[in-house]
Write a protein that binds this ligand. Structure first.
Ligand SMILES: CC(C)(COP(=O)(O)OP(=O)(O)OC[C@H]1O[C@@H](n2cnc3c(N)ncnc32)[C@H](O)[C@@H]1OP(=O)(O)O)[C@@H](O)C(=O)NCCC(=O)NCCS
Length: 177
């Protein structure tokens, strides 16, 4: 058994590569939650794609997919540059946990793991979109500290979490402002 992720006993979060044998067991989970289109979606502006699986007792019980994209590119907007570097974000486009495994912290662990990986990939933020009425997802995102931007298009919101770079975290530590 691997380390316990986020305090959930027996939980492992693994990075699922294209050739991973785990796909055979992950697809039924993805299909049960009707998220195959989001796992398979491709777009020219995706710089990389990352699928995480939540594993309990060697069995996938949940998943999250995020893609790395230049901030604004999906909306046809120009690059945003900070300290001579173009900003990138991690956009979460698939996320689910099997109904019988919910409300024990697996979704929270997947989100936290995605943030950690996104920061390591030099993303400045994590973003996702969710329809109104998804109470569990709203509770989870708001309690994790995500900011909320209501969509201008429909009854959905964008959740956004800033990911300060490691060096800016270090330089802000210890000094009382
Ligand atoms: C959203 C989802 C992934 C969360 O997974 P999970 O493993 O249950 O998440 P967690 O257990 O870490 O957290 C769920 C939180 O929501 C809370 N919650 C559950 N149902 C709720 C409801 N109806 N209203 C408010 N809060 C609710 C839980 O109490 C828990 O909060 P807590 O940790 O403060 O107690 C899961 O509900 C899911 O798969 N939903 C269907 C797919 C989906 O909506 N995906 C996201 C949008 S694409």
């Amino acid at each position: 058994m691997g380390r316990d992720e986020g305090g959930v006993q027996g939980l492992r979060i693994v990075d699922v590569k294209e050739e991973s044998p785990i796909w055979e067991h992950l697809w039924p989970v993805v299909e049960q939650l009707a998220q195959r289109p989001y796992i398979e979606a491709q777009a020219g502006h995706f710089r990389s794609s990352h699928v995480l699986a939540a594993i309990m007792e060697d069995r996938p019980v949940g998943f999250l997919r995020f893609v790395v994209q230049r901030l604004g590119e999906d909306e046809g907007r120009p690059p945003i540059v900070f300290q001579d570097r173009t900003l990138y974000e991690a956009k979460i486009i698939a996320f689910g946990v099997l109904p019988e495994e919910r409300n024990r912290g697996i979704g929270r662990s997947l989100q936290r793991d995605a943030m950690k990986r996104a920061r390591a990939l030099n993303c400045c933020q994590v973003r996702s979109r969710s329809d109104y009425g998804n109470s569990a997802n709203y509770h989870l995102k708001i309690s994790l500290g995500f900011g909320i931007q209501p969509s201008l298009e429909d009854d959905s919101v964008y959740f956004v979490m800033a990911l300060p770079a490691e060096e800016s975290l270090e330089s802000s530590g210890g000094d009382d402002a």
